[in-house]
Design a protein around this ligand. Structure first.
Ligand code: UTP
Ligand code: MG
Length: 709
């Protein structure tokens, strides 16, 4: 590192800067056991829960259905963490569209249209990527989705990762913990120039393969090899699924500590390549991947001097386990490389200092998580007063009412646009036969018009050169013929010249005759064509008046179209109108969906609140539940009820308050303790209500709307 620009470099990558400027520091062995409890707690809250899984599966099913119906012969398959079980709450949804079509650009364009219609957000396509992809966000479920085109190899590496995740719970836990840490520290995004989630997963597996004694076995070593051909390349996709995990007794905390220790200080990125297919690592010499200059630091320094350098390849090399030519660090940019190294060094230092796990995973750039659903669905309601929540609910209800009115108006406007388009389509179809005949006749008239022109021109040209009518030519010819063939009187023999003139005139007349005959034939043809043309023109008028009659009759029946210009373009403009109203409706439906969700959440909180037994205001238990300022008295406890029941049954005097309790709890029967049927029912209902946390979005409402449409 040169001394010219130390400050900015030091600010951006302080750990790397310290490492570069310190004398050979002795690497310390990190103790990670203290992290275990926090990791277990973290995993519990960051792992996918049932509600998230339900939403994710619903979205996958919905997308599968859409694309398989719209792209005939296509196949949609889920891959990535949703299939390997290595998914965090905020992991994306990866889908693969397998299609025989070669025109990827066209497919992506169509997909964009379909997703737009579905109300998806932030859609963008990457047609020129190694694997063409469309990325978007589903606002209903909050998931980011990647749909890759023809990425069949990923389906196989997903199988491999699933097998690793099922080998030993610690393998899964370490991968999830590393992914969580990398996500929080903003170094887990291939599109931002850092490792992908997949890259971090491979790094974690490689680490577990390399520890002593190792934990993750190599699952690609089976005797029986399996190969597959994808895009003219053959890949070895062997995965042994029945292999047991290795001997290591390390806890997840210890594994995480040694992971940071290895990749921060010990691993020589210049000498080796990560390769889980080879048991963790492979030397660069064997792999044939040279650590190419310029380095990340050189590129950054050059950029500071205004120079644009292209970073060399294969710096933080991770070999793909199935596609051995693919280095996962291909996506890593210079800033990304330095940030990854800096974060690894930071984590290792913090573990050495015994810092808590939450601090190590402290979030960088919290705005990246703004779309995520909070862990506690009621987090913002806990400190609010009853009346505030109720007034919120009232506001939402009135917003829902206003939106419902607006949507009803849009629905009816759309319905009338559809009616208009349909009515026009009906008329256009009814008169279709007549219009077809009319059109065919016009085509015929045009064609014949051209023929008539040609015939007339030819005839007139001949007539301009042969002015004598054909019968006169014939008479002259006959005369001349007789003269030429008559018996010669010896006394009156014509001179040679004269005889020559006669002969030439004869031949000239002969030519003239041929042309005159041709002109005659052309003239007859011209007359016939003109006659047919006149007939067709008159038929055209008949068609037009027939069309007008039929349209008039239909319009008399269809009041809607009285003032309308019934034409194909008119019909199209009504179709267009219906479609644009549909788009507006979709937006409103999304709004309605959010409002209903919020309404459900507030109602659930109020219901939950009403169901909760009375707790003392401000008691520590109460505070822990977050109900410190909730209503103090919530009805009689079971013991109090029992007391009142006993009093009433024995005939003792009861207070007005007791009477109120007695009546509001369904009289004596309601106060009866023991396992009556109604009690059982009540308990059953209560336990069903316990699942109030699951207010997740589901596809049901979307489908309901589409059925209604
Ligand atoms: P992700 O990076 O999304 O990983 O790649 P993930 O396991 O699904 O992680 P989260 O939960 O979303 O954060 C998804 C899949 O894409 C394939 C792999 O099959 C991976 O499981 N993939 C990804 C590749 O084949 N090559 C790559 O370079 C990246
Ligand atoms: Mg994913």
């Amino acid at each position: 590192m040169s001394s010219e620009s130390p400050s900015s470099f030091e600010q951006r990558w302080p750990e790397v800067h310290r490492q570069l400027n310190s004398e050979n520091e002795e690497a310390i062995v990190l103790e990670g056991k203290y992290l275990d409890a926090a990791i277990t707690k973290g995993l519990k809250s960051h792992k996918e829960n049932d509600s998230t899984k339900k939403r994710r599966d619903g979205l996958i099913r919905h997308l599968e259905k859409i694309f398989t119906t719209r792209f005939k012969g296509c196949n949609v398959q889920a891959f990535g963490s949703s299939q390997t079980g290595l998914n965090l709450r905020n992991g994306d949804v990866d889908l693969c569209l397998i299609t025989g079509s070669k025109d990827v650009k066209k497919i992506l364009k169509r997909m964009r249209g379909i997703l737009n219609d579905q109300g998806m957000e932030d859609i963008f396509t990457i047609p020129r990527a190694r694997i063409p992809i469309v990325k978007f966000r589903d606002p209903r479920s909050g998931f980011d989705v990647d749909i890759a085109i023809n990425n069949s190899l990923a389906l196989h590496n997903t199988k491999l990762l699933k097998a690793y995740s099922e080998c030993d719970p610690r393998i899964k836990d370490l991968i999830l913990t590393v992914k969580h840490w990398a996500l929080q520290r903003a170094i887990c995004d291939a599109y931002e120039g850092t490792f992908s989630s997949y890259g971090w997963t491979l790094l974690a597996i490689a680490h577990m393969q390399m520890i002593e004694p190792n934990l993750a076995p190599n699952l690609q070593l089976s005797e029986q090899r399996e190969e597959v051909e994808i895009g003219k390349k053959v890949y070895d996709i062997t995965v042994s699924e029945q292999i047991k995990a290795g001997e290591s007794k390390c806890t997840t905390g210890e594994l995480l500590a040694s992971f940071f220790e290895r990749f921060a200080n010990k691993w020589d990125w210049h000498a080796d390549v990560i390769s889980i297919a080879n048991g963790g690592s492979i030397s660069r010499a064997e792999k044939g991947w040279k650590f190419a200059e310029p380095s990340a630091i050189e590129v950054i320094e050059a950029a500071e001097d205004g120079k644009d350098l292209q970073m060399g390849y294969h710096h933080l090399s991770i070999e793909d386990p199935l596609d051995k030519q693919h280095d996962l660090c291909r996506v890593v940019r210079p800033e990304g490389e330095l940030t990854i190294r800096d974060e690894l060094l930071r984590a290792a230092r913090m573990v050495a200092e015994g810092k808590p796990f939450t601090k190590i995973c402290e979030v960088v750039r919290p705005e990246r998580f703004k779309n995520e659903e909070p862990e506690d669905l009621f987090h913002d309601l806990r400190d609010q007063k009853d009346h505030e929540i109720k007034s919120k609910l009232e506001n939402i209800n009135s917003e829902i009412d206003t939106l419902t009115t607006r949507m009803d108006a849009l629905e009816s406007e759309r319905a009338s646009a559809i009616r208009m388009a349909r009515a026009m389509r009906g008329i256009i179809e009814e008169t279709g036969d007549i219009r077809k005949k009319h059109k065919d006749t016009i085509v015929e008239i045009r064609k014949r018009g051209k023929e008539i022109d040609v015939v007339r021109k030819k005839r007139d040209l001949i007539n301009r050169n042969v002015v004598i009518p054909v019968h006169m030519v014939e008479e002259e010819l006959l005369k001349l013929y007789n003269r030429l063939t008559a018996v010669i009187d010896r006394e009156r023999v014509p001179s040679l010249n004269r005889e020559k003139n006669w002969f030439s005139l004869f031949f000239e007349l002969q030519q003239m005759h041929i042309k005159a005959c041709e002109a005659g034939r052309l003239h007859t043809e011209f007359i016939e064509l003109s006659k047919a043309q006149r007939q067709d023109i008159s038929q055209l008028r008949d068609f037009e008046s027939e069309h007008d009659d039929v349209t008039k009759n239909l319009l008399d029946e269809e009041v809607l179209l009285k003032e309308e210009d019934v034409s194909k373009s008119g019909m199209k403009s009504w179709d267009k109108r219906a479609n644009s109203i549909m788009r507006a409706l979709r937006q409103r439906r999304n709004q309605m969906h959010s409002l209903r969700r919020e309404k459900g959440r507030l109602e659930a909180w109020i219901r939950k609140d009403e169901k909760r037994p009375s707790v003392r205001k401000g008691s520590p238990k109460d505070q822990a539940r977050g109900t410190g300022n909730r209503r103090e008295h919530r009805g009689p406890s079971q013991a109090e009820k029992e007391e009142i029941r006993k009093k009433a049954a024995s005939g003792a005097t009861i207070s007005l308050g007791d009477l109120d309790t007695l009546l509001s709890s369904g009289g004596l029967k309601g106060l009866t303790s023991g396992d009556s049927n109604s009690d059982k029912k009540q308990r059953k209902k209560k336990s069903a209500m316990k699942n109030l946390g699951d207010l997740s979005a589901h596809r049901g409402s979307r489908n309901r709307y589409s059925r209604k449409d």
